[in-house]
Write a protein that binds this ligand. Structure first.
Ligand code: PBG
Length: 320
């Protein structure tokens, strides 16, 4: 005779809520924002339905709307007026992200401001590295990343998120921050970032110069599982405070692997292509938008993510 009858967990809303093991909460979500120095107002991003670029004059209103819904953290991406070989706009004290951070922090001092720290939006060739005569200059790239991080910290950033997958990035940034007396600015490292087909719309969102760049020499091969552990361990040894896994939907095994081994927060980045696919499916009536996003984000929590970077963050938080 069966003694267990799992249906008892689900007989009505009250029992389902009572037995609920995982749940989503407002503070789980981090909202990405694209800030375009040349833009006045807002601009739709063609391949990311519902997501916009903002000018420096409109981003504060967007943040106010987001905060009113319950967003407590944002991650910023900049689109500079000009790009060059050395990504100099990325560490310009009057650059787009530096200006944005100081304005945001002045108006919303309690909002967690995370600054994505990479070169690809600022180099004229669109790569995440400094190049000399077609060779990657690793040393100069690391020095530049340190400079960028310090300039974001000076502007008031709470967290620096290096996204370029260059070995030694966390240690270079940690040393630069500590040297300039920012020991409490933390590092959220894109430690486990796969070379993925799902970043397509992000190039659109950041007006990237070349979408065809092959990033497989620095981003991870989707065939690799153990390497995720190596990347994560290295970044933790170098001083990372939290770890991003990206993309996420097809990498929940990786999150689970890391979850049982490390004890820092794991952040899942639901990237542009993953978001767009769900949005387009919902627009076609194939899935119900809200339930589909909710179900996916619960799976991230089950796997072990403690935070979720999502282009759907405002909508999700608004419904919680
Ligand atoms: C690099 C960066 C990328 C994304 C976030 N930071 C592009 C890349 O890794 O190639 C992609 C995020 C997305 O697709 O939503 N600055």
């Amino acid at each position: 005779m069966a003694i267990q009858k799992p249906q008892r967990y689900r007989i009505n809303d009250a029992t389902r809520t009572f037995y609920q093991e995982f749940s989503l909460k407002k503070s789980d979500f981090i909202l990405p924002l694209f800030i375009n120095e040349s833009l006045s107002g807002e601009k739709e991003i063609k391949t990311l339905p519902g997501v916009k670029q903002f000018g420096l004059n409109s981003v504060l209103s967007e943040i106010e709307r987001a905060c009113n819904l319950g967003i407590s953290a944002v991650i910023l991406f900049g689109i500079p007026k000009s790009k060059d070989k050395s990504a100099s706009e990325a560490f310009n004290p009057k650059g787009v992200i530096q200006k944005a951070i100081s304005r945001i922090k002045k108006s919303f001092p309690h909002l967690i401001v995370i600054a994505d720290c990479c070169l690809c939006e600022y180099t004229d060739h669109g790569n995440c590295y400094i190049h000399n005569h077609n060779h990657i200059n690793f040393e100069e790239t690391l020095v530049t990343l340190g400079e960028i991080a310090v300039s974001y910290a000076k502007a008031g950033a709470d967290i620096i998120a290096p996204s370029g997958m260059i070995d030694g990035k966390v240690s270079a940034i940690r040393k630069a921050l500590d040297k300039q007396n920012f020991p409490l600015v933390s590092i959220m490292s894109y430690a486990v970032k796969y070379a993925s087909a799902f970043y397509g719309p992000f190039r659109d969102a950041t007006d990237a110069s070349d979408c065809s760049i092959d990033r497989r020499h620095h981003q991870m091969n989707p065939s690799q599982r153990l390497e995720a552990q190596i990347e994560c361990d290295l970044d933790l040894q170098e001083g990372a405070d939290s770890i991003i896994v990206k993309p996420i939907s097809h990498y929940l095994d990786i999150v689970r692997d890391l979850k049982v081994k490390v004890n820092v927060p794991l952040i899942g980045y639901h990237v542009s292509g993953e978001y767009a696919m769900l949005k387009y499916a919902a627009q076609q009536g194939i899935v119900d938008e809200e339930s589909a996003f909710q179900e996916l984000y619960l799976s991230l929590k089950r796997a072990g993510c403690s935070k979720i970077i999502s282009y759907y963050a405002k909508e999700m938080v608004g419904k919680l």
